[in-house]
Design a protein around this ligand. Structure first.
Ligand code: PMP
Length: 385
């Protein structure tokens, strides 16, 4: 009856603004064109400023996993003792990546929906000998966000030489990150809170991280080697690997949009809208999987009401038919709920329409909800001063 329009509300890729798509569609130019090189430098400089990075920022074609791999390749040798904290699917991916590099990988796990605590990390590190620590800022499979600032500051105070690596794929661009807290490598990618399309990974490396790479000598990889990329990141007229030129232009436009909004405003918006969504969907029986203090501002796992026996595939198909694409849950939460992405450049209309489509999916699945119950809460929250 209605022409089709789908809202992509998964935890990345996200809906992309027209001006960013316009940059992607611009004519391809030489990767060593001086104008392009200057633009690339500006993007790198904006990236560095955003995270207060005292070292080097890297922008390399590939997904977030490439960023994870690049961070590990430039910090871990076969005999290094490494600690990886995992509270879900992507933390487990980091364990696998690290185990391929080092024989001495130790793991700390939290239950799905929770985070490894500073106390647990401190206790483990006290065993001694650890050189690199890996953590996930926002675990996309559960929607749990670690307390990055206090955790990193706490560890840094006791372990000045430990290299601290953070997977910020689902956080960077939506949450405040300050490398000066003690972070050595932070990585993210373009298709999530930065609001662009998939294609580039972003990586920030502190002076300590660059120094560590230098001390490692030659590493087996070449594509992800900091030493190969550093000259290009310092002067983008140089060549190592052809950059994804149009993707760099698109990221530049995405960062322009972020700066226009203001980083602080952007972080605050993400926080407030995540809370609004949680409250509004609670009115129709959906519970967020994480405790309130761990809820991420970019992605939420909404658990189906207990005892209702909702068929996950049917529910998400109904939501899709009603115009909102939701993501399935993974691991411990598989089949028990859906994941809703709420990051980057969504508008009021996107959020209201998403909740409305979720309500219609509930009605179609016979959940017996009151039409407008979630929307009523959302509308009140949105108009509250
Ligand atoms: N880490 C986290 C926390 C993620 O959410 C993702 C992607 N969902 C990745 C790593 C991997 O990113 P990509 O799929 O772009 O390789």
């Amino acid at each position: 009856m209605f022409p089709e329009e789908k809202l992509l509300m998964i935890p990345g890729p996200v809906p992309v603004k027209d001006s960013i798509l316009g940059a992607l569609a611009s004519e391809a130019r030489s990767h060593v064109d001086p104008n392009f090189a200057a633009y690339f430098q500006q993007v790198l400089s904006d990236m560095g400023e955003m995270m207060h990075c005292d070292g080097i920022t890297f922008l390399v074609a590939g997904g977030g996993t490439l960023g994870m791999e690049m961070a590990a390749a430039n910090s871990v040798s076969a005999d290094d003792k490494v600690l990886v904290c995992s509270n879900g699917y992507f933390g487990d991916r980091y364990i696998d990546i690290c185990k391929r590099r080092s024989r001495r990988v130790e793991e700390l796990h939290a239950k799905w929906g929770e985070c490894v605590t500073l106390e647990q990390i401190e206790e483990k590190l006290a065993e001694g000998g650890f050189e690199v620590l890996f953590m996930t800022h926002i675990e996309t499979s559960t929607g749990a966000m670690m307390d990055l600032e206090n955790t990193v500051k706490g560890i840094r105070a006791d372990y000045p030489d430990l290299l601290i690596v953070i997977d910020g794929v689902a956080a960077g661009g939506a949450v405040e990150v300050d490398m000066r807290w003690g972070i050595d490598i932070y990585l993210s990618c373009t298709q999530k809170a930065f609001g662009s399309v998939p294609g580039n990974m972003l990586l920030w490396a502190s002076k300590r991280a660059i120094e560590r790479r230098k001390n490692m000598g030659e590493i087996t990889e070449s594509y992800v080697d900091f030493e190969k990329w550093m000259p290009v990141m310092e002067d983008s007229r140089r060549y190592w690997v052809t950059p994804a030129v149009n993707n760099v232009l698109a990221l530049g436009e995405a960062i322009k949009i972020m700066k226009e909004e203001g980083y602080e405003n952007r972080y605050e918006r993400h926080k407030r809208v995540a809370a609004m969504l949680a409250e509004s969907l609670a009115a129709i029986g959906f519970e967020v999987a994480c405790a309130p203090e761990l809820r991420s501002p970019t992605v939420s796992v909404f658990l189906y009401p207990e005892g209702m026996n909702i068929d996950d595939n049917k529910f998400r198909k109904a939501a899709d038919d009603e115009g909102v694409t939701l993501a399935s849950c993974l691991g411990d939460f598989a089949g028990k709920g859906f994941r809703l992405g709420h990051m980057a450049n969504y508008t009021k209309h996107t959020i209201v329409s998403s909740v409305a489509a979720i309500e219609r999916a509930c009605i179609r699945c016979g959940m017996g909800i009151e039409p407008g119950a979630a929307l009523a809460v959302l509308q009140k929250e949105m108009t509250a001063v």
